[in-house]
Design a protein around this ligand. Structure first.
Ligand code: ZN
Ligand code: ZN
Length: 254
């Protein structure tokens, strides 16, 4: 069984601060291995209020795409929860270098709870049990940021395009059959390093993924109604596009 659960779909500060959408991360279950991606505010609480309940002590690895608050606030408490309060040394934590340098988002004493802290770098590949993933390119964002590609027998089946400003050939780095895109903005805004719906359209046309899942919505996306935006894109491009909602599960493989 391979599946993704969206513990939250909020992106950017207002939607998170007002909790217009929940801001928990992604829980990925992959043939018995559990990964938590970007444990934003409320992730721990959401694990326990999920139906069925998700047990953080069963997480094998936590991946932080970047250190921004909406992705990282619960990382310390999730590391504690993964390690039975720090008493059971286990699990790997994958982070960009700047998440543990000056002004770190992971407290020093908490780092010792994990079995391993692995620094992510552009073009690097990683393994957790039988899961293989990579961080193909450094994004254009205010802090060090990476997206993720999950592979199965050398084929990328899931790509997660984390926060970034659009740049040339971005889509070439994320060839997943399932493509999750963090789309904060409905329309592009100068100086804001996030993807907009126009960017998403370009990306889908070029990549033709089996399904595109939009998430990480900012205010302008919520006002435009993510469900309607996805439906409109789907009709226009004749390709499967859905908007994630809080608590949504997506089954990759039964
Ligand atoms: Zn974000
Ligand atoms: Zn960000």
């Amino acid at each position: 069984m391979k599946k993704i659960k969206f513990l939250g779909t909020a992106g950017a500060r207002f939607v998170v601060a007002k909790q217009l959408r929940a801001s928990g991360g992604l829980w990925i279950e992959w043939e018995g291995t559990n990964l938590m991606v970007d444990p934003g505010p409320g992730t721990l609480v959401k694990c326990f209020s999920s139906k069925p309940r998700l047990d953080p002590a069963k997480i094998d690895a936590i991946i932080l795409t970047h250190r921004h608050i909406d992705h990282s606030t619960d990382i310390n408490v999730m590391i504690e929860a993964m390690t039975d309060g720090g008493f059971k040394k286990r699990g790997t934590v994958f982070v960009p270098q700047d998440a543990i340098e000056e002004d770190p988002v992971i407290l020093k004493y908490v780092r010792n709870h994990a079995e391993k802290i692995e620094i992510m770098k552009e073009g690097k590949e990683y393994k957790v049990d039988n899961i293989v993933f990579n961080t193909p390119i450094k994004h254009i964002h205010d802090v060090e940021t990476y997206g993720l590609n999950f592979k199965d027998k050398n084929k990328v089946i899931l790509s997660i395009m984390s926060d970034t400003l659009y740049f040339k050939d971005l889509e070439k780095f994320y060839p997943g059959e399932i493509l999750i895109i963090n789309v904060v903005r409905y329309e592009e805004k100068k100086k804001i390093k996030h993807l907009s719906i126009d960017d998403v359209e370009k990306i889908i046309i070029k990549n033709k993924p089996g399904i595109t899942i939009l998430t990480h919505f900012g205010m302008t996306m919520l006002k435009a109604n993510p469900y309607e935006v996805a439906k409109h894109l789907e009709e226009k491009l004749k390709m499967k596009v859905i908007a994630a909602y809080d608590g949504m599960s997506y089954i990759i493989e039964e």
